[in-house]
Unconditional design. Structure first.
Length: 468
């Protein structure tokens, strides 16, 4: 029986995850991620994939982050018409994220045509809203730990990965003459002992593990959130200032809001208004609220119900008019708005107003990529360019560490050790080369089987790997 595993994304890079499994019974694609970041990677989104989308029988999504699911509408546009299996939480978030991604593609193409800077005449979007709608129509939600048959002798089930709402570990079992070959695709593994989401489920016994390595060479900061934030926050409130938190709209905005409210309810911070000013964050919070009583969220949140996710003194702003009114509000208060790296969106209007005032505080709660305004702040910029103006940096700013939803090196090793028995082979994917190789070296000490960091487009006969 030939069982072939190929890596068409998420290999040698931390983006674009696409893993193709070809079995005699069916061909499966695990994740359909968009390449992001460097131009040479982004250009890959425009190339036809090395496999024919029409040859894929089933697509399995680990979660809805764009680097794992954002290529799906393009794949559908190029001919994929099979089912897309995912958890209910992933399906709900996909409607929000994929339609937003399509809108951005369409707006970028329209802007390029107006300005005339594209080499293409006319500039076209990678995919459209209609493509995204068609992709959403293919989604078939299935609950965690429920077996799903993908054909004679091949089945799959999802385990909670604890990363974001709906995130899953994907287990695939392929029948062979004397038993089954078991493969496990990690997607993104969540962190242990974090609020909002539960711990990742233990790694099921498997023959082949495909594991992410985003933080394969790093450990997260373990200083508690409140310990990092409380002194500067109190200082800002005492001055009557406004705290601005640029944040990713899905997962991070909800986590920060929850941590702040917990501190206020415990009397560790003054009870000041918290404003969530982002249409996507508002919609994502509503989706989180719909899943409060299933396995997606921390069990400690259940029982207090809606009050825990939509707590008192938290205000949601979806309309432009609401956002404009908020821009006139004085402190002390907290505003959470996207985007997390200050690359665009409503947060820029708040930055433009608040940054020149030394009473205010800007709190960065996520990674700041090179070339972004957030990175410029970290590197000591005295002004930020936005809306055609140079805005002086007079407000204080603070970087909060340790809020990543990804397991770090130690968390990944802890998760691998949670298996009843070590995998016989491990493929290390979805990481920058240094991170993947560092995790590979660590895993070589953990298991007796092969540990491989594949190259992009590299293909393996699974039986050969297991017998080596």
């Amino acid at each position: 029986m030939t069982l072939r595993l190929s890596f068409h994304g998420g290999a040698g890079t931390v983006t674009g995850s696409r893993h193709l499994l070809e079995a005699p019974q069916a061909t499966l694609l695990v994740d359909a991620g968009l390449f992001q970041g460097l131009k040479e990677l982004r250009l890959r989104n425009w190339r036809k994939p090395a496999f024919d989308p029409r040859s894929v029988d089933h697509l399995l999504l680990t979660h809805t982050h764009i680097d794992h699911a954002g290529y799906l509408p393009r794949l559908v546009r190029d001919g994929y018409a099979g089912p897309v299996h995912c958890t209910p939480g992933t399906r709900d978030l996909a409607e929000l994220l994929l339609l937003d991604a399509a809108k951005i593609q369409e707006e970028d193409a329209a802007y390029a045509n107006r300005k005339g800077y594209s080499k293409h005449r006319p500039a076209l979007p990678l995919y459209t809203s209609q493509d995204a709608e068609e992709a959403l129509g293919l989604m078939r939600p299935v609950d965690y730990e429920t077996w799903l048959s993908l054909g004679e002798g091949i089945r799959t089930r999802f385990w909670n990965a604890g990363h974001i709402l709906g995130s899953a570990l994907v287990e695939v079992r392929v029948a062979r003459g004397d038993g089954e070959t078991v493969l496990l695709f990690s997607g993104d593994v969540g962190r242990y002992d974090m609020p909002l989401h539960p711990d990742p489920k233990p790694l099921p016994a498997c023959d082949v593990l495909v594991v992410e390595s985003t933080y394969g060479n790093r450990s997260h900061e373990d200083t508690p959130f409140l310990e990092q934030l409380r002194p500067p926050l109190l200082h800002c409130f005492a001055r009557g200032g406004v705290v601005l938190v640029p944040s990713f709209a899905v997962g991070r905005a909800q986590l920060v809001t929850l941590l702040l409210r917990q501190a206020m309810e415990a009397g560790e911070l003054p009870d000041v208004p918290i404003h969530v000013d982002s249409p996507m964050a508002v919609d994502a919070t509503r989706i989180y609220g719909r899943h409060l009583n299933d396995e997606n969220l921390d069990p400690e949140l259940v029982g207090e119900g809606r009050a825990r996710l939509f707590p008192t003194n938290v205000h949601f702003h979806r309309s432009v008019e609401d956002s404009k009114r908020l821009s006139e509000a004085r402190g002390p208060r907290i505003i959470i708005s996207s985007s997390g790296m200050l690359t665009g969106g409503r947060v820029l209007h708040h930055v433009r107003r608040l940054l020149p005032d030394p009473r205010n505080l800007l709190v960065l709660v996520g990674y700041q990529a090179p070339g972004t305004r957030g990175r410029a702040l970290l590197e000591g910029a005295t002004s930020l360019r936005m809306h055609g103006e140079d805005v002086p940096v007079q407000a204080s700013f603070l970087v909060i560490h340790g809020l990543s939803a990804h397991a770090d090196r130690d968390g990944l090793l802890r998760w691998v050790r949670s298996a009843p028995r070590p995998p016989r082979a491990v493929f290390v994917v979805h990481g920058e080369p240094e991170a993947s190789l560092a995790l590979e070296h660590k895993l070589r000490r953990e298991i007796e089987g092969r540990v491989i960091t594949p190259r992009l487009e590299q293909s393996f006969d699974v039986n050969d790997v297991l017998e080596a």
